[in-house]
Design a protein around this ligand. Structure first.
Ligand SMILES: NC(=O)C1=CN([C@@H]2O[C@H](COP(=O)(O)OP(=O)(O)OC[C@H]3O[C@@H](n4cnc5c(N)ncnc54)[C@H](OP(=O)(O)O)[C@@H]3O)[C@@H](O)[C@H]2O)[C@@H](O)CC1
Ligand SMILES: Nc1ncnc2c1ncn2[C@@H]1O[C@H](COP(=O)(O)OP(=O)(O)O)[C@@H](O)[C@H]1O
Ligand SMILES: [K+]
Length: 459
């Protein structure tokens, strides 16, 4: 599991550790890890040209000490101090190691910039002098120290100019901005340096393959199809028959024991032709409702709610999500749909996805899965889960229908809504990456890849 903590949680853990360690030891650990990440990126130190952007806090201190390590490895290191209160011991260490301190020499070209402007003590927006320094080094790859300066650490929001990093080296634990967009998209590759912090329950987490494998419902020797769970799909319409096929394709991932389909008769024929294993109406352990349902969405959701089993509420059914409020249910909006549910603008949801997904989980007393580059799953009183598997090629029509069906299969197999949503989202992203191999895919490819990625979790 990748765990992310708030600034306050990190500060508390840091204070406990600082009290036990000799002065400066924690910063040395951080700086050493940072320097080695930079050496990895540059393929060595000798002859490399490194510019440090140094603010007034300990984040600048990390950059200065790492700069000293790099200078001792033969790099040419220069520190641009953005404050006259830069970390004094760090400045001295850099000088001792042969680094230069002062405004950068205009003619120099840099292999890398270390962003030590602000870390977890920064409050966006960045000040003008810091923003001007970033402009001056535009085009040079940046390694962000702890956090790309200018992003809001605890919300993942952007507020004005900020660093776009190739690599972010963080310390002790991930921060929320490393996992939540739009800030997460500015972090590049995130590298965690262990500095020995003892941390509480995280604010946010991201499942890793081992976590997904541990949560996955796997049939035992005595398995039989009904006991494995039956998932029902009420999706599609004469106008959108494809959505029914894709929702069923996700449900027919093999993770539940049986799939039922209920819908428009012409659509039903097409579903049966494409999926001979799918049967008609009857008892189910979970319903998936709404993908392409058009004007039948409300009736379909009411019928599903009457069965009193866990629900996936997708697409057209989201307009009636109040019907699922307080029930075991996963609501699966994209940003536009969530905006409509909350009476907000789509742009506001995209700028503040964490805020809005939490608001919806609270308002609907349900599990809310907000689709996007890093999908977020929120439920009251639980850490939000972010999905980091996937590829931008997954942003393709019908991919969301497959996801809804898949989450429904996991609900039917007995996972709680929170786990079904986050495990389903992870598998969906992994299947997309597997199917894509770096190239284009369509939604059906994602569904077809689900058994392969599921099998790969249990070698
Ligand atoms: N926690 C840990 O376990 C460890 C932490 N470590 C490191 O310490 C870092 C935290 O250091 P920190 O507390 O000194 O804060 P930090 O982020 O460097 O600077 C804050 C200062 O910047 C300023 N400033 C504020 N807003 C600004 C703005 N918008 N634009 C420009 N300037 C702005 C403001 O100062 P002012 O100039 O207002 O006096 C403020 O005081 C952490 O991220 C990690 O790198 C590791 O060494 C070891 C383990
Ligand atoms: N930039 C992106 N990178 C990775 N995945 C993305 C990106 N944008 C969207 N997705 C994923 O693509 C899928 C699109 O689903 P959705 O918006 O519901 O489309 P549709 O309604 O056509 O099925 C979601 O699973 C979402 O998380
Ligand atoms: K930084």
């Amino acid at each position: 599991m990748i765990r992310a903590h708030t600034v306050e949680q990190v500060r508390e853990a840091e204070a406990t550790l600082l009290a036990q360690l000799p002065e400066g030891a924690l910063m040395q650990r951080a700086a050493y890890g940072l320097a080695h990440a930079v050496l990895d990126l540059l393929g060595g130190g000798y002859g490399r040209r490194v510019l440090l952007l140094v603010g007034s806090g300990d984040n600048g201190g990390d950059a200065l000490y790492a700069g000293a390590v790099l200078a001792r490895r033969g790099a040419y290191v220069e520190a641009w101090l953005l404050s006259d209160r830069a970390h004094a011991a760090g400045v001295a260490a850099l000088r001792r190691a042969g680094g230069r301190v002062g405004p950068p020499q205009p003619s120099r070209s840099w292999d890398v910039v270390l962003d030590g402007i602000v870390g977890i003590g920064g409050r966006p927006p960045l000040r003008d002098d810091a923003a001007a320094a970033l402009e001056a080094v535009a085009g040079v790859p940046v390694v962000a120290v702890d956090i790309p300066s200018g992003v809001d650490v605890d919300t993942g929001e952007l507020a004005g100019p900020h660093v776009s990093a190739a690599v972010t080296v963080t310390f002790g634990t991930h921060k929320i901005a490393h996992l939540v967009d739009p800030a997460a998209a500015e972090c590049g590759v995130v590298h965690l340096v262990d500095i020995g912090l003892d941390l509480p329950e995280p604010a946010l987490e991201a499942l890793q393959p081992a976590d997904v494998a541990a949560l996955l419902p796997v049939p035992g020797g005595q398995a039989q199809k009904y006991a494995r769970g039956v998932v029902g799909v009420r999706a599609g319409s004469a106008a959108y028959p494809g959505a029914a096929l894709l929702s069923v394709a996700g449900a027919a991932s093999g993770l539940a024991g049986m799939v039922r389909f209920v819908g428009d008769p012409t659509v039903q024929d097409r579903v049966r032709a494409a999926f001979p294993e799918v049967v008609g109406d009857g008892r189910v352990q979970a319903w998936v409702v709404g993908s392409g349902s058009d004007d039948s969405a409300e009736d379909a959701l009411r019928a599903a709610v009457d069965d009193d089993v866990p629900l996936v509420v997708d697409a057209d059914a989201l307009a009636f999500a109040d019907l699922a409020s307080g029930r075991p249910a996963v609501l699966t909006p994209h940003a536009g749909e969530l905006a409509a549910m909350l009476g907000a603008d789509r742009a506001a949801v995209e700028a503040r996805p964490l805020h809005h997904v939490r608001e919806a989980a609270d308002r609907y007393a349900a599990t809310v899965l907000l689709k996007g580059r890093h999908t977020l799953v929120a439920e009251r009183d639980r850490p939000v889960r972010a999905t980091t598997s996937g590829t931008p090629w997954l942003a393709t029509a019908g991919a969301g229908d497959v996801l809804g069906g898949l989450v429904g299969a996991l609900l039917a197999a007995g996972l709680a809504p929170y786990d079904a949503a986050s495990v389903g989202s992870w598998l969906h992203g992994a299947a997309a990456t597997f199917a894509s191999r770096g190239g284009p895919i369509v939604a059906g490819d994602v569904a077809r890849a689900l058994p392969v990625v599921t099998a790969a979790l249990h070698p």
